[in-house]
Structure formats: C-alpha cells, structure tokens
Unconditional design. Structure first.
Length: 201
C-alpha cells in the first residue's frame, strides 16, 4: 500500500491517514496546481452537476451560498449563479478571504474537498455553524466501501486525499450535528440542517 499509515474510527467508520504522514501545504498546492478544472468545460460541469442538480431542486429561489474549497476554477459557483443564486468563494490557497467564514448561508457546497480535511471533526463543526437553520450542505467525495481494494484504489493514491468516508460516517455526523442526511452513491451527500443544530449552541 506504501508506507503511509491509515486508521479507522470505530464510531463513524471514517478511514484516515496518520497525522505523521499528512502532506504540508506546499505539497498540496503543487498537486492542486496540476488539476485542469475549468469553469467552461462541459465535461467538468457534467461531473459537478451530480451534486448541482439535486441541490438546486432543494433550494429556494435567490438563496445565498458558499463554495467552500472552490479551487482555482470555481465552476460549481458559476453554475449556481447562473441558476439565480448568490455565492461567495473560499479556498485556503486560491481564495483565502476569511471574512466570508464569518457569515451564515442558505447552502454550502464542498466538491472534492472533504477528503482533504486534516481535522475533519472541527471542519464539519465549522461548516455546520455557517449554515442557517434548514440550510443545505452539498458534498461530493468518493465513498470508501471496499477494504480489500483500498491499497490500489486510485482515490487513495492522491497524496492530498487523507480521509475517506462511508455513508455511515455521514449518518453518524447527522446524529451528532442535527442533520438530515441523504447519501447518493457513489459520491454525493445532501445534508439539511434541522433547526439550530449543535453548531449553534
């Protein structure tokens, strides 16, 4: 599998990289800079629409959102704007405006982001706190289901992918954060924040 060490949470079933093996920011940026995700690329838009289409069905007109971890080419943000919504951008490398993290949103999108979280528990707490009651969190990340194939799984081999989720992981988060969770295999999660939730206490 390589010398990288992995663990599994007995409670939520997430599989995660040992903290001593986590990549530094320079390594992450070098990998991200190789991505060719252009906002006008029809293929990339089709990929993102796996999340965009079901999320748009659930949003009220003129909702205000945040594309969290938007990357250098925020295609989904443009798609949401084209559908009539207002959306802010945040990315620790490409759009590091921390002021947007002090606001509350009707929806937040995380496409190919949560697998990069070095501290997933605190990240999900923060996302929850930024959501208004009855707000939506849309996630895209490939579910990890087959332990026997994990060593050779292409998704694991990306050096910036450090945590891998099962549907059970998001169900566990839902119970602890006050979410209604709908998993759409193989890689989409739609979360509705019920009331104020734990993040608002």
């Amino acid at each position: 599998m390589s010398s990288r060490r992995y663990w599994r949470c007995a409670d939520c079933q997430a599989r995660f990289l040992d903290r001593g093996d986590l990549p530094d920011r320079e390594t992450e940026k070098r990998e991200y800079d190789q991505h060719r995700n252009y906002p006008d690329d029809p293929g990339y838009r089709g990929f993102l629409n796996q999340l965009g289409a079901p999320l748009l069905e659930r949003l009220e007109a003129g909702s205000r959102g945040l594309d969290y971890g938007c990357g250098p080419g925020p295609a989904l943000a443009r798609m949401m704007e084209e559908a009539g919504h207002t959306i802010s951008l945040f990315d620790p490398i490409y759009a590091p405006d921390a002021a947007v993290l002090d606001r509350r949103y009707d929806f937040i999108t995380c496409t190919e982001v949560v697998e990069h979280f070095h501290n997933p528990a605190s990240e999900f707490e923060h996302l929850n706190a930024m959501l208004r009651p009855d707000g939506w969190l849309g996630i895209m990340t490939r579910f990890q289901t087959d332990d026997e194939r994990f060593a050779h799984w292409h998704y694991r081999r990306d050096p910036t992918h450090v945590v891998f989720y099962r549907p059970e992981t998001f169900e566990w988060l839902g119970r602890h954060l006050g979410w209604e969770v709908e998993c759409l295999p193989p890689q989409v999660v739609l979360v509705k924040k019920v009331g104020e939730g734990k993040g608002e206490r």
